[in-house]
Design a protein around this ligand. Structure first.
Ligand SMILES: [Zn+2]
Length: 419
């Protein structure tokens, strides 16, 4: 990174440490219990003098992280909480502005401009931070945005035809459904004017940056460019790909990034580790060395786009979502990747449970019409060849499966559940 970025980061970090030492009940306690002298923290390299903040800390001492009185809070959000209860997150007016600045920078990184019209296919309410960020970011770069929300293929196509958006913002696994709907209803999507999709929440690439099965499935059917973005409520910032598609770029004004191995040491260029972030410029709930649980490859070499900021590859898995199945370690994205290879599978849900011996079991729920001996044998062999193990298959009606995946009270489709 350049010297100017380094100087800015050093200054923002020093301000942050002084701020939480004064305002955050949680960090005040941590600093005093561990005898940490904040005057010894000058640069990101000094962060190793501080302990990590974990998801458990955030859940257990949630409100102790808050640095302002509650009447200063503008927006109340919660984390997604796939594995646990969602945690509260509070944004002040300044934090909302930071979020807008983050998303504006993200859109620009993904080649967005004031000439673009975005179609938002995620929820903007339900206490969800990202939808709000997209709306504000588009506004900030002078672009237009259509808030269609999730699901509703008819309304998506009707909006595309009526308003001619250039960019879709979507959970990528929704796109094959959208295209199937278009095919079934004679919609000419090839000439729609949509030229790219910002893909959130799920990887579209393999670790070597080639498109994964889902990414291939979308681009083989539709001539669009895919941009991946990785973000979370806790960081209030996104890692977004540029046109090179070689991992999401860090925004160094908003985050300090560390990627650490199991022994909590920084991994080398190209290595795989857990993403750890320190949030810069946050007023409501700033975090120091927050362990996200997300495992990514990190790349420090300058990108061909000219940016020299660190880049993160696709999320290989979440630490807490690691499945030990019949002696093999599997992360859910690897299961999705196999299922996405099969054209006949439009809907699926992966159910992870514990058996009577405390071992993980994996069941894949599929639509009833696929329940033939030929199909089962094909999928079984495919799983065996790709992952060495094959999960149990269960077949339910398409209606029931749709109901299970697209629950009204959930913000995202549930491709994965734990019972
Ligand atoms: Zn780049």
């Amino acid at each position: 990174m350049t010297e100017k970025i380094n100087a800015n980061q050093n200054e923002s970090l020093q301000q942050l440490v002084a701020y939480v030492a004064e305002k955050s009940a949680f960090y005040k306690k941590v600093f005093s219990e561990r005898g940490i002298d904040i005057n010894t923290i000058h640069t990101p390299a000094d962060l190793t003098k501080l302990p990590f903040t974990t998801k458990d800390d955030l859940a257990q001492y949630n409100d102790d992280f808050l640095c302002v009185p509650k009447n200063k809070i503008t927006d109340f959000v919660t984390t997604s909480g796939t594995m646990s209860d969602p945690v509260a997150f509070y944004l002040t007016d300044l934090d909302v502005e930071r979020l807008a600045a983050n998303e504006a920078a993200s859109f620009r990184c993904a080649d967005g401009s004031e000439n673009d019209i975005y179609q938002l296919m995620t929820t903007i309410d339900k206490r969800f931070m990202a939808g709000l960020a997209y709306w504000m970011g588009a506004r900030k770069i002078g672009a237009g945005i259509i808030r269609v929300g999730p699901g509703a293929p008819f309304l998506q196509w009707e909006s595309i035809q009526r308003f001619s958006p250039t960019v879709l913002i979507a959970i990528p696994s929704f796109i094959p459904r959208l295209l199937d709907y278009a095919d079934a209803n004679g919609i000419d999507y090839a000439s729609s004017g949509v030229n790219s999709i910002i893909c959130i929440g799920e990887p579209i690439r393999n670790a070597d940056f080639t498109l994964n099965e889902l990414g291939k499935r979308i681009t083989s059917q539709w001539n669009v460019k895919l941009y991946s973005t990785y973000a979370s409520t806790e960081m209030g910032a996104a890692f977004t790909e540029c046109h090179e598609g070689k991992g999401g770029h860090l925004n160094p004004d908003l985050l300090i990034l560390e990627v650490v191995d199991d022994e909590e040491n920084a991994v080398e260029d190209g290595g795989l580790g857990e993403v750890v972030v320190t949030t810069l410029g946050v007023e409501g709930m700033p975090l120091l060395r927050y362990k996200t649980g997300d495992l990514c490859h990190v790349h420090y070499k300058p990108c061909a786009c000219g940016r020299d900021t660190a880049r993160l590859g696709p999320v290989v898995g979440r630490k807490q979502q690691m499945i030990k199945f019949k002696g093999t370690t599997i992360f859910p994205p690897a299961l999705f990747d196999v299922l996405d290879m099969v054209k006949e599978i439009e809907l699926y849900q992966v159910v992870v449970s514990k058996n009577e011996y405390g071992n993980d079991e994996i069941t894949v729920l599929l639509p009833m019409q696929l329940q033939t001996a030929v199909f089962k044998e094909m999928l079984h062999s495919l799983f065996k060849s790709k992952l060495r193990v094959s999960p149990v298959m269960e077949f339910v009606t398409a209606e029931e499966l749709t109901f299970r995946i697209y629950k009204q009270e959930k913000r995202k489709p549930e491709k994965l559940i734990y019972i």
